[in-house]
Design a protein around this ligand. Structure first.
Ligand SMILES: Nc1ncnc2c1ncn2[C@@H]1O[C@H](COP(=O)(O)OP(=O)(O)O)[C@@H](O)[C@H]1O
Ligand SMILES: [Mg+2]
Length: 461
């Protein structure tokens, strides 16, 4: 596969701001899932790492690497965190999940403060993650549709509704069942892909009348159902340069053969052979660049990860959705192959100097398996004892990531969430990575654990 990570910007090399390259950088990590544990591991391998602080140490993997804040972390009081960052000389803030980004945490941490933050202008000189406005690409699916329309970005035909009756009339006038999407953040549960028109109407009533997602159901996007293979294309963007990362396959369904309910993701493969280099170029040229440009025309600069969920339709790649952060579990697979210094790369991105770094990838492939607790996704069982992690981690090429685990007072490891662990493996080819990952996963003992057996194969979904 040719290196897709070519900066696209024709613009001039920006003036370099003073950096503290000689000094170790203190980093604040926001988020507590598998994605953040993988980010923490990779950041801590950097020779430039000072102290890693994390807003949430409930994840034992993160707790082993990071120091706690000495204040409670509350998204409702972001200015307290801002002051804390100044006092603790935080140079880089890495915001993992979508909620704090959509709430505007990147803006507040990066905001200018009188006399604050290492002399580089903002409270935190380098904030990795988009602004509140830019994060609407994920936080408001109707906004994303408007941006795509403005940028002539290929995506499913859609209409947005706030009125239930009008939405129903529109849906009834369609001949094919359409996809119903709550426009706001709904933790991956706000989209219903119906098989029949009756199911589509039921989904609409459920989202708009029952309002299971609260304000996230105020607006609903009704869109044409697309057919094809689904891939995840992630890019680093700094407002002027786009660096496309290796494409990933996310396995979203709970069970083998892409059966069962939708989940947050049961595994990932990087790179995925499902998308050719040529199609990846098309995604960059026809989707990523015009999206960033359309935002720019509205005065919005996109900095951070832009994640495009893409359907490879017979009519070419089309956008299913955008996310404003690394995917989970795609991040785990991507970071296993990330061969350049992540800390340097994220600082360069936050500092609009992406064109000065070269991202390097370990050759071969990586596979991330998700081990979920019994009962996932509806009612995952908590407090089940997990054993065998050390044996699993001793497998060559394997890293174990904590996603939803906790330590009891007597130091036992137990389940504390739906997706419990990630087993990440690299290999020369996907099959080697798969074999290593499954060999390691076999050593993990968790009663009733859910693990798909076809992650990293050519099963799509
Ligand atoms: N227009 C569409 N046609 C067919 N499938 C879709 C469409 N939109 C979404 N999907 C399916 O539903 C899943 C979830 O939708 P998505 O827009 O990614 O929302 P979210 O991740 O916020 O739940 C997608 O991964 C895809 O499998
Ligand atoms: Mg999605």
């Amino acid at each position: 596969m040719s290196n897709p990570a070519q900066p696209t910007s024709p613009q001039a090399f920006p003036a370099q701001r003073p950096t503290t390259t000689a000094e170790p950088l203190n980093v604040l990590l926001v988020g507590a899932g598998g994605r953040e544990h993988a980010l923490a591991l990779k950041l801590c391998s950097s020779p430039r790492m000072g102290t890693l602080f994390a807003t949430d140490l409930s994840n034992p993997g993160i707790a082993a690497l990071a120091k706690p804040l000495d204040i409670p972390f509350d998204l409702k009081d972001p200015f307290r965190l801002q002051r804390w960052c100044i006092n603790n000389r935080i140079s880089l803030a890495v915001i993992g999940p979508e909620e704090p980004l959509c709430a505007g945490l990147a803006d507040i941490l990066g905001a200018d403060t009188k006399g604050g933050g290492g002399g580089l202008g903002g409270a935190v000189p380098y904030v990795f993650g988009p602004s509140k406005e830019a994060a609407q690409l994920e936080g408001d699916k109707a906004f994303a549709k408007d941006v795509m329309r403005a940028g002539k970005v290929p995506t499913a035909e859609s209409r947005t509704f706030t009125d239930h009756q009008a939405a129903r009339r529109y849906l009834e006038s369609r001949t094919e069942p359409h996809v119903i999407k709550a426009a706001g953040l709904a933790k991956g549960k706000g989209v219903i892909v119906p098989a029949t028109q009756a199911q589509a109407l039921e989904a609409l009533d459920y989202i708009m009348l029952k309002r299971p997602f609260g304000a996230a159901s105020d607006k609903v996007v009704i869109e044409e159902k697309l057919k094809g293979k689904e891939v995840s294309v992630l890019a680093l963007c700094d407002g002027r340069t786009i660096y496309v990362l290796e494409p990933c396959q996310d396995h979203k369904r709970l069970s083998d053969g892409a059966k069962g309910p939708n989940t947050g993701g049961m595994g990932a493969l990087c790179p995925t052979p499902a998308i050719t280099d040529k199609l990846l170029d098309t995604v960059q040229r026809d989707i990523l660049v015009p999206t960033i440009d359309a935002l720019k025309r509205d005065g919005i600069d996109y900095k951070g990860v832009l994640y495009a969920g893409i359907m490879l339709t017979p009519g070419g790649p089309k956008v299913l959705e955008f996310n404003c952060r690394f995917g989970d579990p795609e991040a785990q697979a991507l970071l296993a192959r990330w061969d350049s210094d992540l800390l340097t790369d994220l600082v360069a991105c936050a500092d609009r100097r992406l064109d000065t770094v070269e991202l390097k990838w370990k050759p071969g492939a990586s596979v991330c398996l998700v081990i979920a607790a019994p009962g996932y996704p509806d009612a995952p069982v908590k407090n089940l004892t997990i054993e065998g992690l050390d044996e699993a981690a001793a497998t060559e090429g394997v890293t174990i990531i904590h996603a939803g685990t906790a330590r009891t007072s007597d130091h036992k490891l137990v389940t504390a969430g739906g997706r419990v662990l990630n087993v990440v493996a690299t290999g020369d080819i996907p099959e080697h990575a798969r074999q290593r990952a499954y060999a390691a996963a076999k050593k993990i003992r968790l009663p009733g654990m859910i693990l798909r057996s076809d992650i990293g194969t050519d099963v799509i979904g």
